[in-house]
Write a protein that binds this ligand. Structure first.
Ligand SMILES: [Zn+2]
Length: 1035
């Protein structure tokens, strides 16, 4: 899946679970005495409620140590009450509660009825825990008897009151699906559908139950047919909605090796949301039309058909869909036959699929237009959109054909399907979804309007296509075994976006974009609330929260570091090996490293090295001390955190250790373009020393082109030498290196490791700078500080900051033309510079933008504006009531989503309260603005001087509605939480945000994004305390 890039954050799918399902306690019943039901093997028994990811994040299965302490202490600092957590986490239990079932006279009171009330549940649990902690002693009226006792499981109750035969969230592995025949009849008028599924099953271990996923489906008939007899038998289906499971229980064991076919007929409503099998709307000639489409990742296939909805249960699928003559249907595979039915309907049957996971299954019923072309390998590529947008499809088709050719060649594995469809859907929560052979997109991520699109719009379309195509190999052909290793999918696809664009579309110059992706990943990863790339996850929210910048951006960053260290040839060999070895299978983290380690010329222990990057939270800061007298470099590594919590001095904090593939150049061979000048050093220990071969070294620069996932803190004299180098000859190091030095300086200052004065000294060379990467990074960092200061109402500092920014960049701003001329990098720089200038009310910028805005109002033709600057021009225009109202009118009328996106952004930056309220509620109510845009509206308005308070009030006011529309834990909710609180920098706001989330009865306060939001406010407070006075003095 690809993020929705409007706000630079992924907005990913939600599932369809009613929130209340997470809150209730599971009904439980003692099955210890039910001999028909097989208990789990002792090693499967879990004796304690599993805590949420908030608590276990960063931990291995068995080592409950460091991170727990980290959280305790950070929570104390943040004022979070951990007293409540264990009780709050009960909803996350796997369901495998246990208690003592003692023998002889020592039994607990029995005779519970099956209708166990909540009160009884609590008592049972309490007693269970007491008894568990006293395993050698059970109590009776006579006192304590030392009896040999045995632990048994307590099973949940199905909806009909009968015992449900499986107690865990994860499905049993005793039965596996081999093939699905899925027949669907969606009705786009009544907005419901009926379906039947025949699942061919293989029994892997003797079992008395078949348990699978189903949610919101009304099962009307169920039969099972043994392959041996071929006689279907009716069976009863038990439902356990809390785990979204159904089960069929048998009185006799199904023997290992046998095959069965499970047939289920069912009906359901099309979903109102944006996941499962959902309805969407679009306009044709001003008439509203309905379409039905799917979004299953991570676990919504179960909303469309009963299935084994975990990525490791791969199977083949044969799908058929009944539709009317006005619609077409699409699915993963090419269509095989179309049959005309007696009732005037048509049945499309698709070819049997390759072996794949359920979350990649997809189907669409709609009225769509298409264009097609073939790749060199003969794959038929088609782009689909609603009919009114057919003039915006050409570029996507061209880019897809080129990129698919590249990937087939690069991976040395042909794309395995005969066709690939790319469909732009009007209602879509994420950026795009990689369903095998049927990739779905938000319209902005696929459609391209030559006349009015900016260079960034074009890059986004290309990047998103590149990401989804990479998934056809990483994710679809080889899939992570479980969601804990989601980064294997998303990190790779994100890495390949940039890698493939550099090869296929070098003119886009995406290296700057990738550099900023790495900076942003490190920003998140330098917080206590971060988590390791590979993290144990179990509950629905935990899985949803894996779709975050760590999985995507950190994943991509460490792959870049590895590629750089191994070299491209070895890296490519390693990944081809991995794909070949595991195709149509599932993998874990270590499978990738094992394949990388097999590559011929690799002589370092890749597995050991990469484990330190995937299993530990965060990243290191390398402290560099150059001893010019002894000609040595002294190195030290520490985990980098921007907030120093007390436990940072504890032994647990010091135990963090990475294998860091360092790169560096020195003053004696400082040509960064000369490979011989670049030295490598693998830092595996806490401290190390490099003996320099060359004499009289005056400076060193580490982390060439910032390809390593670490930051560097230089000693004072090296810092001074580097500053001097930048002042006198900044081209001595690359633009990415200059951007890296600037980024690291700001980051170190935010942690209080260096002073703001040192940062300002470093960036004072920027008057001579013209390269995009260092300028954009500086603008971003200064802008972040400016926004905080502005919202604190500190006019004196904010005015000083404006002057400072204009003093450095004024000349460069004045030199910009209001055009689309130049290279991609120059165009990107221009749009960033002028956006900042207008935002800070730079006279020339505002005047020019107003003139252009008037021109647009007079012509109503957006193509009269330089498209790279449209967003800035509209933002200035939206400052007046007249301008804002005109933009709104055009927004409602226009067809181009990327244009509408710029209008929405301009409207959301307003400081007019009435306008903000209209925007937010229109988004919430899906009235004139699609609800999928709401997170973007809230994130954008949070940056404005007035909007940030309204956005937060809106979130508090409408929380219940928000978590109905965007599921708890989803990327949309993550975005809403972190963005609407990101501008707070006072203790009052910290307390308010904390109190609000504590007051909620849902599980919000346990979300990682809530912890991140609280930590960010804390960090903002820290920044102001450490740097504000000093900043004022220095400006
Ligand atoms: Zn993806």
């Amino acid at each position: 899946m690809e993020s929705h890039s409007q706000s630079g954050r992924a907005q990913l799918p939600r599932n369809m679970i009613e929130n209340s399902m997470f809150e209730e306690e599971p009904d439980i019943v003692n099955l210890g005495k039910d001999s028909r039901l097989h208990p789990l093997e002792p090693d499967e028994i879990e004796y304690e409620p599993r805590s949420s990811r908030l608590l276990v994040r960063g931990l291995g299965e068995h080592d409950l140590d460091d991170e727990e302490e980290d959280y305790e202490s950070s929570a104390r600092l943040l004022g979070i009450s951990f007293m409540n957590r264990s009780s709050n986490h009960r909803g996350n239990m796997q369901g495998a509660y246990s208690h003592e079932a003692s023998s002889g006279s020592c039994s607990l009171p029995t005779g519970r009825t099956l209708l166990v009330g909540a009160f009884v549940v609590v008592i049972i649990l309490s007693i269970s825990m007491v008894v568990y902690f006293l395993p050698k002693c059970t109590f009776t009226k006579e006192g304590c008897h030392k009896k040999n006792t045995k632990l048994t499981l307590v099973y949940p109750l199905a909806t009909n009151g009968q015992p449900f035969p499986w107690p865990k969230m994860r499905l049993p592995s005793a039965v596996v699906p081999v093939h699905y025949n899925l027949n669907l009849l969606p009705n786009l008028t009544t907005l419901n559908f009926t379906g039947s599924v025949q699942i061919s099953l293989l029994i892997i271990e003797d079992t008395n139950n078949i348990t699978l996923h189903s949610l919101g489906l009304i099962i009307t008939e169920a039969t099972i047919t043994p392959e041996t007899t071929k006689h279907p038998q009716k069976v009863q289906v038990l439902e356990y909605p809390l785990h979204q499971q159904i089960a069929i229980k048998f009185n006799t064991m199904l023997p290992k090796g046998e095959k069965y076919t499970l047939n289920l007929n069912y009906s359901a409503n099309l979903s109102d949301g944006l996941s499962g099998f959902y309805k969407g709307t679009y306009q044709i000639k001003n008439k509203t039309r309905i379409l039905a489409a799917t979004q299953f990742e991570p676990f919504a296939a179960r909303n469309a058909f009963p299935c084994f909805d975990e990525p490791a249960f791969k199977a083949t699928f044969r799908i058929s869909i009944i539709r009317d003559a006005d619609h077409i249907s699409l699915s993963n595979m090419p269509k095989n036959t179309t049959t005309s039915l007696a009732n005037g309907l048509y049945q499309d049957t698709f070819r049997t699929s390759v072996k794949m996971s359920t979350y990649l299954v997809a189907f669409i019923v709609a009225n769509l237009t298409r264009i097609s072309n073939k790749t060199a390998g003969g794959t038929l590529v088609s782009v689909y959109a609603v009919p009114d947008k057919m003039d915006q499809m050409d570029y996507a088709l061209e880019a897809t054909v080129k990129l698919l050719n590249f990937y087939e060649n690069f991976f040395s594995i042909a794309y395995p399907l005969k066709k690939l469809d790319l469909v732009a859907l009007p209602d879509f929560e994420a950026g795009a979804m990689e369903n095998w052979g049927l990739i779905t997109f938000r319209e902005t991520a696929l459609l391209y309007n030559e006349e009015t699109a900016s260079i960034m719009d074009k890059q986004i379309v290309t990047i998103v296509i590149a990401h989804e195509l990479a998934h056809q190999w990483f994710g679809n052909l080889v899939t992570m075994e479980w969601w804990n290793d989601l980064w294997l999918n998303e990190g790779f696809a994100t890495f390949m976006e940039f890698f493939s664009l550099e090869k296929v579309f070098p003119d886009f110059q995406v290296s700057d974009r990738f550099l900023h992706t790495r900076f942003r990943a490190m920003e998140k990863d330098s917080m206590n609330s971060s988590h390791p790339l590979s993290t144990p996850v179990e509950t629905f929210e935990q899985i949803e929260e894996m779709f975050d910048s760590i999985s995507y951006e950190k994943g991509a960053s460490i792959l870049l570091m590895l590629k750089d260290f191994l070299n491209e040839t070895n890296f490519r060999q390693g990944i081809t090996q991995y794909l070949m070895e595991h195709k149509y299978g599932n993998t874990r983290n270590e499978d990738l490293w094992n394949c990388m380690a097999k590559v011929g010329s690799v002589n370092l222990n890749v597995k050991e090295m990469m484990k330190t990057w995937t299993l530990q939270t965060g990243f290191p800061v390398v402290t560099v001390k150059l001893d010019t007298t002894a000609n040595k470099i002294h190195l030290r590594q520490d985990r980098f955190l921007r907030i120093a919590f007390p436990q940072n001095s504890s032994s647990s904090f010091h135990s963090y250790l990475w294998h860091i593939p360092l790169t560096y150049i020195t003053s004696s061979c400082s040509n960064y373009a000369q490979p011989k000048c670049i030295k490598k050093w693998l830092l595996k220990n806490k401290t190390d020393t490099i003996d320099l071969k060359e004499p009289n070294v005056t400076w060193v620069k580490f982390n060439m082109n910032m390809t390593g996932y670490y930051i560097v803190n230089y000693d004072k004299s090296t810092t001074e030498e580097l500053n001097e180098l930048l002042q006198n000859n900044h081209l001595a190091i690359s633009d990415q290196d200059r951007a890296g030095l600037i980024n690291n300086a700001f980051v170190l200052a935010s942690a209080g490791k260096i002073s703001i004065e040192e940062v300002l000294n470093l960036i004072s060379y920027l008057k001579n700078e013209t390269s995009t990467a260092p300028i954009v990074e500086t603008l971003l960092q200064l802008n972040d500080i400016y926004m905080l200061v502005e919202k604190r109402g500190d006019l004196s500092v904010s005015n000083l900051m404006k002057k400072y920014i204009f003093n450095i960049f004024g000349d460069l701003i004045d030199q910009q033309t209001w055009s689309n001329n130049g290279s991609a990098s120059e165009r990107y720089l221009r749009s960033k510079l002028l956006a900042t200038a207008c935002n800070l009310n730079y006279d020339m910028c505002v005047q020019k933008a107003n003139i252009m805005f008037t021109k647009w109002m007079n012509t109503t033709d957006l193509s009269v504006l330089p498209s790279d600057l449209t967003a800035t021009i509209l933002t200035v225009g939206a400052r007046t009531v007249e301008g804002w109202t005109f933009i709104r009118q055009m927004y409602i009328q226009l067809q181009s989503e990327s244009d509408k996106n710029k209008m929405l952004s301009a409207m959301a930056k307003t400081n007019n309260v009435q306008h903000l309220i209209w925007l937010m509620y229109s988004g919430l109510n899906h009235n004139k603005i699609r609800t999928q845009e709401l997170p973007f509206i809230l994130a954008t308005s949070s940056k404005s001087r007035i909007g940030y308070l309204f956005a937060w009030d809106f979130v508090k006011e409408n929380w219940d509605d928000l978590i109905k529309k965007f599921h708890l834990g989803s990327y949309s909710i993550q975005t809403i939480i972190t963005e609407t609180t990101s501008q707070f920098s006072t203790k009052t706001h910290l307390l308010e945000v904390q109190t609000f989330f504590d007051s909620l009865t849902d599980k919000s306060s346990q979300l990682g994004s809530v912890q991140e939001a609280l930590e960010m406010i804390h960090l903002n407070i820290q920044w102001m305390e450490k740097n504000l006075k000093n900043l004022e003095k220095q400006l």
